[in-house]
Design a protein around this ligand. Structure first.
Ligand code: BG6
Length: 462
């Protein structure tokens, strides 16, 4: 039997842009714009217009989540829905009403809201005008938006996050070109990483003023991908050390410790691409650490020495220090192309315990995306035993870390209801609840029943 602490939160995570649909939305974010101009970039040409229709269907969706035993929901407020004028931070009344209704409905269903302020969804106008996260003016506009959220909803929402996976914004939007604006620009990506750290700290500073009550907490959600060296050879070990700093510590250290990883700063300075930072900004980062962390964990990062020389990549890319390594024999989620490695949950827990003041933290996302799930349907129910096994394996590894003293306070599965996902649209399904996008019907999968028992008992048998 695997047992979790008494007040452990059993939740589900999702995001505004992946669920709401674009009804009555005031502005386009970068994904809305990308889809409008290049639908072929999305699986089967399916964009975010309808998503899971949460804008219209939230009452029903929340009732289903409650039936699945979900006690906390982590979702996001869309900047492009709440705000009318980005420069002044003036409000869109329809957006205010919508998020008020959603938060009230969550509370009515005894679901605790965990509200995140940015889930990859930069307003496209702020990219067009200022280059998006490259700009410190955009940092200040984000803080205006955050302040509106704290003032409007801080009476009912105790738990907040500034960003979801800022490293994916750095990599996807500015460094490797997976997400619009599809840039491949190392130096810009370095500045974006700094600016997003600064934006998080500045938003936290505002939060402390607007929501001073000690029961109100704020954090950041990071996708931690522990870097494992391909061999004991010092060149591979050095590659993994750099990858760990670049992929994880670049956000983890400022958020919790209040400063950037020294070795990484030295390397970036040596390469002549260190960010533009002022002493005043660094003081804001130092003075505003998070109350807790959200950790999204899906897969590890296997790393080997690079096979390109520093001079061969101009302008700068971090790939001069490491390359991703496909370890023979690793277990894969073939549909998503990610390695399945539950042991990393324990490793993350111990790392936070030993190197990050044993700060309180949550698994804010973990889940299994599977394509063509209808093939597993019997009597109208998706028999997703693979998803139950995936959760069991990851939760067992997490429990080891908690038993060793790590302060993990909850597990948020990705996700409650099948949702739209960036370029992959509806290809891989992650939900405990199926969304038949053709008939728009939502039904509990087998995993929802298992999750309900887990959340009622706080334990499961292996
Ligand atoms: C996380 C994101 O990185 O992974 C989610 O926060 C995303 O938004 C999830 O949906 C699963 O990834 P994907 O690309 O398979 O949807």
């Amino acid at each position: 039997m695997i047992t979790f602490p008494k007040d452990f939160v059993w939740g589900a995570a999702t995001s505004g842009p992946q669920t709401e649909g674009n009804f009555h939305k005031q502005h386009q974010n970068v994904f809305d714009y990308w889809f409008a101009t290049d639908p072929d970039a999305f699986d089967s040409g399916v964009g975010p217009d309808l998503a899971s229709n949460f804008y219209n269907d939230y009452e029903n969706d929340l009732a289903l989540m409650a039936q699945a035993g979900i006690k906390g929901v982590r979702t996001s407020i869309q900047w492009t829905r709440l705000i009318d004028d980005f420069e002044t931070g003036s409000l869109n009344p329809d957006g205010v009403a919508f998020y008020n209704h959603v938060i009230d409905a969550m509370l009515a269903h005894h679901i605790k809201p965990y509200i995140n302020l940015h889930h990859f969804d930069l307003p496209v106008a702020l990219y067009d005008q200022y280059g998006g996260w490259e700009s410190k003016h955009v940092v200040d506009l984000f803080v205006k938006f955050a302040e509106q959220c704290f003032k409007l909803f801080g009476d009912r929402v105790d738990d907040w996050f500034t960003f979801n996976e800022p490293k994916v914004v750095v990599d996807g939007q500015y460094l490797y070109g997976w997400h619009y604006p599809c840039l491949k620009d190392g130096p810009k990506a370095v500045q974006v990483a700094y600016n997003m750290n600064l934006a998080s700290a500045k938003a936290i500073a505002s939060f402390r003023k607007i929501c001073p009550d000690e029961t109100k907490k704020i954090g950041i959600i990071l996708n931690l991908t522990p870097a494992y060296a391909s061999s004991d050879d010092p060149a591979d070990v050095a590659a993994a050390e750099f990858a760990e700093q670049w992929s994880n510590n670049l956000f983890l250290d400022p958020a919790v410790l209040g400063h950037f990883p020294e070795k990484l700063v030295e390397t970036l300075a040596h390469d002549g691409i260190l960010w533009d930072a002022t002493p005043e900004e660094l003081a804001i980062i130092a003075a505003n650490p998070v109350d807790y962390l959200g950790v999204n964990y899906y897969h590890p990062f296997r790393v080997a020495r690079p096979d390109i020389s520093p001079k061969s990549l101009q302008p700068w890319l971090p790939d001069i220090y490491f390359k991703e390594y496909a370890m023979p024999g690793r277990v894969m989620n073939v549909d998503r192309g990610w390695e399945i490695y539950p042991q990393a949950m324990t490793d993350i827990a111990i790392n936070i315990r030993d190197n990050y003041h044993n700060i309180p933290w949550f698994i804010s996302e973990n889940g299994m995306g599977v394509a063509g799930e209808e093939r597993f349907m019997t009597d109208g129910v998706i028999q997703d035993d693979y998803r139950i096994d995936f959760m069991k394996e990851h939760l067992s590894a997490l429990a080891k870390g908690i038993d060793a003293g790590s302060n993990c306070q909850g597990y948020f599965v990705w996700t409650a209801i099948d949702c739209w996902s960036w370029n992959h649209a509806y290809h891989n399904r992650y939900g405990l609840i199926r969304d038949d996008i053709h008939t728009q019907t939502k039904t509990l999968k087998k995993s929802a029943g298992w999750f309900k028992q887990l959340s009622e008992r706080g334990s499961f048998s292996k």
